[in-house]
Ligand binder design. Structure first.
Ligand SMILES: [Zn+2]
Length: 107
């Protein structure tokens, strides 16, 4: 039995053309971008979601540079069994209990 195609869609969405992605990078604005190298598409899944302490500012700038020609698209999304299809409205907003000053970026 074959699996449905959208079984491979990441929780964070897939390229609208092929449904896949080639990973996630964080740019110098601390935005996280999933991207498809084949179709040169990218979509932002949020900002400051992951720890990027192991990345230097140079790495982050390199990521920004690498995706500069990619087209920003609306990803296709997988289905969250709890919340249904996940859109941009489902993003957590402003829970300041973990980090306190969530906008206190030093650079
Ligand atoms: Zn693609």
């Amino acid at each position: 039995m074959r699996k449905p195609a959208n079984d491979n869609i990441s929780y964070f969405g897939g390229c609208p053309t092929c449904g896949g992605n080639d990973g996630c990078v964080t740019d110098s604005a601390r935005k996280h971008w999933y991207y498809c190298r084949t179709h040169r598409t990218k979509w932002c899944i949020g900002r400051n979601l992951f720890s990027v302490h192991d990345l230097s500012q140079r790495d982050l700038l390199a990521n920004s540079y690498r995706l500069r020609h990619y087209e920003i698209v609306e990803p296709i999304v997988g289905v969250d069994p709890l919340n249904g299809p996940r859109g941009s409205a489902g993003r957590p907003s402003g829970s300041a209990d973990a980090e306190g000053h969530s906008d206190g970026i030093g650079w």
